[in-house]
Ligand binder design. Structure first.
Ligand SMILES: Nc1nc2c(ncn2[C@@H]2O[C@H](COP(=O)(O)OP(=O)(O)OP(=O)(O)O)[C@@H](O)[C@H]2O)c(=O)[nH]1
Ligand SMILES: [Mg+2]
Length: 245
């Protein structure tokens, strides 16, 4: 048994050493990996949903450095005002040498207008425009430094005061679900009791299913991932299935 482990260990080190010298297509994944890490990644997150549910507040709290610089109580005029147009905030993050350009897109909430039909249109158009821009850049001559502004994920805020989804929520999510990964969020959950949170989440999940809305699903974890990652992935899926959070 012992010799076997030793041999296996030696084999792996040998393999690593040969990889360093070997030039061929087998080294391509390493090259791609190294290049991507060096260049960094773009990630764009969008928030959407009814007005007054705390979308801008969440966006602000993601930029903690700015928020807490000179912490003081804000008076009424300085507080977050209603968002009236689609706005973009970008922050460069670096973790263990890997760069990430995080872009957050804040959108105006709907529900305040007299006529709310097609209130999802400006948001859907924004997402489409980013696809078109990326397509144009990719078809262009200078493809080296393309910035990926496509919206990768949309946090969709659902009111804690309704009974499940509102008709506009269904319309909105259906207009976006083919274009972007939707993650539904029960907004202002602190105003509900844990029991209410649980019930509402079950109801919302049932309705999402019933209306055929496609929301983001955690992908299957690769079997060669490390144990910590597998555990984290498992816990997230269990939480989703049992609505404990
Ligand atoms: N109880 C509670 N209140 C919150 C929470 N997040 C935000 N608020 C409050 O809700 C109000 C509206 O917050 P905003 O962030 O402006 O809401 P919004 O979704 O951006 O609204 P629009 O820009 O109109 O779409 C503010 O008074 C916030 O202080 C939360 O998690 N819980
Ligand atoms: Mg806002």
């Amino acid at each position: 048994q012992k010799t076997q482990t030793c041999d296996a260990g030696k084999l792996i080190t040998d393999e690593k050493n040969t990889h360093k010298e070997y030039v061929g297509f087998a080294t391509l994944p390493n090259q791609v990996h190294r290049k991507s890490v060096k260049k960094g990644f773009d990630f764009t997150l969008m928030v959407a949903g009814e007005s007054g549910l705390g979308k801008s507040t969440l966006v602000n709290s993601l930029f903690l450095t700015d928020l807490y610089k000179d912490r003081k109580l804000l008076n009424a005029e300085e507080r977050i005002t209603q968002t009236v147009e689609i706005t973009k905030h970008t922050v460069d993050i670096e973790e263990k040498g890997v760069k990430l350009k995080l872009t957050i897109v804040d959108t105006p909430g709907f529900g305040d207008a007299v006529n709310n039909t097609e209130c999802w249109k400006p948001v859907a158009d924004y997402i489409d425009q980013q696809f078109e821009q990326y397509f144009r850049d990719e078809s262009g001559l200078n493809r080296k430094n393309i910035q990926d502004n496509r919206v990768h994920c949309c946090l969709y805020f659902i009111s804690p005061f309704g009974h499940g989804l509102r008709p506009l929520d269904v319309e909105f999510m259906k207009a976006l679900h083919e274009k972007v990964n939707i993650v539904p969020i029960l907004a202002k959950a602190d105003t509900l009791t844990p029991m209410e949170v649980k019930k509402k989440k079950i109801k919302i999940r049932e309705e999402i299913e019933q209306y055929g809305i496609k929301i983001y699903q955690f992908p299957d974890c690769d079997s060669d991932e490390d144990e910590d990652f597998k555990q984290q992935d498992y816990e997230l899926k269990v939480r989703l299935a049992t609505s404990v959070y």
